[in-house]
Write a protein that binds this ligand. Structure first.
Ligand SMILES: [Zn+2]
Length: 227
């Protein structure tokens, strides 16, 4: 029998009756690795984010991640079917696509193409759930439900440069799957709600994530030396 006293790592309120995959197992092409991460979750939290996760995957298939070998395999194995039969998802992605002229940083025209404008609040929801799951996996305690999780999609080199500053202070995730899912992390010893994560999907899509509350940031981050 399962231990029914354990609480869900996401909502911290309902009992965990299931094991949830972190990241979602649909992010792995078949055959899936045998060492996927799972965390205790209630049914509502386990099943409640499937649509957002499908959207997350499908939207990145139109970015440079879609042309990696993992992206191609995922697309062939399942995403094209999901995209073809799910009219809501297709419409939603169509509204995010725009035609653009691809140019080099110096302004040299390359070709006409299509880029996707990322639906960031929806992506942030998926990333926040993954971070809650990873936090539990790494620290064997849930991240308090009141803790805010802020994520930034590192779209450009200058976005990424800010996150790279912290690289030396971060630890490698206990489990990594090269070109599918990799992460680095750390937390503030005196205040466990404050943590930082750099998460990379499919070797290409990088998110920088910080957890904590407003008060935490004021106490732990020196804002100014002027006074
Ligand atoms: Zn839950």
């Amino acid at each position: 029998m399962k231990n029914d006293k354990e609480l869900c790592v996401y909502c911290n309120s309902r009992f965990a009756e299931t094991q949830d995959h972190v990241p979602p197992k649909g992010f792995f092409p078949q055959p899936r690795p045998s060492n996927l991460i799972t965390v205790p979750a209630c049914k509502e939290c386990n099943l409640g984010s499937g649509v957002d996760e499908e959207f997350f995957l499908a939207s990145f298939m139109f970015s440079e991640a879609g042309v990696t070998s993992t992206g191609k395999t995922l697309w062939e194995q399942k995403l094209h079917r999901m995209y073809a039969k799910n009219n809501g998802l297709r419409k939603r992605i169509a509204t995010l696509l725009r035609r653009v002229n691809l140019v080099t940083p110096s302004g040299l025209f390359i070709k006409r193409g299509i880029v996707i404008k990322q639906d960031e609040p929806r992506l942030a929801k998926v990333v926040a759930k993954i971070v809650r799951g990873l936090y539990y996996f790494e620290y064997k305690e849930p991240l308090d439900i009141s803790t805010e999780i802020i994520s930034q999609f590192l779209r450009t080199e200058s976005d990424a440069a800010e996150a790279i500053k912290f690289n030396d202070q971060l630890l490698y995730g206990t489990r990594q799957w090269t070109d599918i899912f990799e992460y680095k992390f750390n937390r503030v010893e005196e205040n466990h709600r404050c943590s930082m994560w750099v998460i990379r999907f499919f070797g290409k899509i990088v998110f920088w994530v910080i957890s904590g509350n407003d008060n935490d940031f004021v106490k732990t981050v020196p804002l100014s030396n002027n006074s």
